[in-house]
Design a protein. Sequence first.
Length: 337
Amino acid sequence: MKSEVATDGMGSVRHWLEGRDGILLISHERPDGDAIASVLALFLALRDEGRRVFAYFPIERFSGRYQPLLQDVGQLAGLCLGSDKPPTDGLQGVLCLDTSNWRRAGLPEDFDRRETALSVCNIDHHPDNSRFAEVNWIEPECGATAQMVMWLLRDRGSRMTREIANLLLVGLVADCGGFRFQNTTPAVLRDAAELSEQGAEYSRVIDTLFFNEPYNKIRFKNHLLENAQFAFGSRLLYAVLEPEMLGKFGLQPSDVEDCIDSLRAVSGVEVTCLVQPVDGDVRFSLRSRRLPFNVAEMAHRLGGGGHPLAAGIRLPKTDLSSALESFLGVAAEWFET
């Protein structure tokens, strides 16, 4: 998959795309709004050029949070979810978006043994990206991978349809927290304004993502807050999401990816954490309100990674008690020094 010397930058991605047909677009496991939007926007743009292209997500359905914004693309041929695997015959490359390393790639089942024969291109904004592909374009200063896709489409002179503009705005809004997070740079706001000028429906995107939650999800968030635990002088707040809680509230894992933001809103808290036992492993989603509390550094100590203000960890084959002990031990180094 990876050559001896990796090539970098948007120009290398543009060159990789030239004349290439049969492209599979993927992102990471448990795709968030930026991952979904980036893949689908590029999927639509390449289809519009007459390319043979497929998009795959390792989920059975999109989160209800995004469903109203995906009605235009949800039934397109070539878009595959969960057990609906894309064809492998005739593929000429894999384009992996918003993914920092190959282990996190949301690949179809049994795809690993075939991927080494394919050229892989990676577009991502995570600062800890391992540059695992043959071609890598990494922009840690970007607010979202969707912003990079926008730049690529602009550079290539691709047609900006209303559907593509909406998707790119969804990616920006989702990863920048409705333009509330610290990754909301002047460039992010300028690009959001340009997308609005090109047909993106800003009010619809904001209303759907932030003011359209089902009652059972609001009850679930309240349950998380009521059972959350403070540590280190109330500067860390963490909550455990037991698997049975999803069934109790009628939710899927993809429905609760953003629930950690309810914890982050608590006054006085510096770092928040959502803890999820998953298939014998324990998964941690981390958020920091500000530096110097760099949760990516905290995650690296336990084999995870991400951004300074948003990161994740997955501890394999461990029980909840041991996983929490490991995490709190690492966290103590930040809060007690």
